[in-house]
Design a protein around this ligand. Sequence first.
Ligand code: AMP
Ligand code: MG
Length: 307
Amino acid sequence: MRIPVSLAIELLNNEKVVGLPTETVYGLAAKASSDEAIKKIFEFKKRPLDNPLILHVSSIDEVKRYLIKDENTFYDLAKAFWPGPLTLVMPVIDKLISPLVRANLPTAAFRMPCHPIPVEIIRSLGPIVMPSANLSGKPSATSYEDVEEDFGEDFPVVDGGRTLKGIESTILVLKEGVWELGRRGSLSLESIEKVLGYSPKPASDKKLVCPGQKYRHYAPKASLILSEKRPDSKIEAVLGFKDKTYPDDLNPLYLSDLNSPAEASKNLYHLLRLLDRRGYQSVWVDMDMPKGGLWDTLRERIQKASS
Ligand code: AMP
Ligand code: MG
């Protein structure tokens, strides 16, 4: 159900959960101070309780009061990329943030979204928590229609059209003064390296720094066959690129051309959901795409969607 921002604010103030657009994907929002609403997020999404939530703020100063230690590189990163698709995980004064948000960890994740709707709401209510507005495991929602598909026609959502980035934020986790990569996302590691002077590495010890990464994600019902060449097995469609030619019988769906990783990111989840709407069982994803930057994020998302 489409609702205006004013009603979203009223519902959030009354311990309710609403769907909101951001520049990355749609989020399922609750007021950070409402444990009652936060519990509903986990129930609606069927999200495991050990998968923590991101706190969304509308200024860098709002984060400061939660931090155990002032970390210069936090300000460098936030000034360079906020508002925007970068989430920063840091040790926090734990009594200030509900254990439900943190999944009982001594750290919390922060992001300032770059979208007028959540920003207006946060300015009015204070920080909100928002995981992606999809049932756990499914591709994230990138439109009002996607949220409705997962949570039903009566679910309150502010419609902001298709999201600009289409893929979640990049997550960095601060470990003993060094930023590690928690999750690839819409912000490339190359841009982060320009600010930090190094490229954040995934945790070396096989220990996951982001608990959410251990779960199945982004997966359509169709089985995806990832290959740089047409597979031998029977397929009903191909997810590929505009500047390549595919046999007509393959019902090509185009992510973008090979020079436009941002457009491919914007379209990925939208197309994964379209495969299911069309009832395809078996789909070839053409993995013959460039390397580096957002292409690496896309490749990783597609691999997760197929596993
Ligand atoms: P989603 O909101 O669905 O995009 O998922 C949020 C991601 O942020 C999940 O993968 C979480 O594991 C990660 N995250 C949130 N809080 C923390 C934290 N305190 N430490 C590590 N990862 C976190
Ligand atoms: Mg998610």
